[in-house]
Design a protein around this ligand. Structure first.
Ligand code: SF4
Ligand code: F3S
Ligand code: ZN
Length: 103
């Protein structure tokens, strides 16, 4: 599962579409965690898609990640500022790739 303490244990190494990427990043095999309020561990996400289907405010968008061992698309928290903290995505992700920090 995603490390809920990632903000202490990782460092921001780049930006992607206005959100942080927490390293390490070594493309294409290692992609890090995207987002801060809504954080998706791209190295755990296997493109199940439940988060995209269930999020009531469409926080997530697919991004292409060719060459990653788990999946070649990932759920990117492209609109994390719209999150209403319902926690649905956290509950439905089968591999616990998502961390939402209310408040
Ligand atoms: Fe969407 Fe709810 Fe997840 Fe926020 S907590 S990203 S509103 S499903
Ligand atoms: Fe990925 Fe989990 Fe969503 S596997 S696509 S973060 S439901
Ligand atoms: Zn991203």
């Amino acid at each position: 599962p995603i490390d809920p303490e990632f903000e202490e244990n990782r460092e921001v190494v780049e930006q992607h579409d206005g959100h942080n990427v927490w390293g390490p990043v070594e493309e294409p095999e290692t992609l890090g965690i995207h987002g801060t309020h809504v954080a998706v561990d791209f190295d755990i996400c296997l493109a199940d898609g439940a988060c995209l289907e269930d999020c009531p405010v469409d926080v997530f968008e697919w991004v292409d990640t060719p060459g990653h061992p788990e999946s070649d698309i990932k759920a990117d928290p492209a609109h994390e500022s719209q999150c209403i903290d319902c926690m649905l995505c956290v509950d439905v992700c089968p591999v616990d790739a998502i961390d939402v920090d209310p408040g």
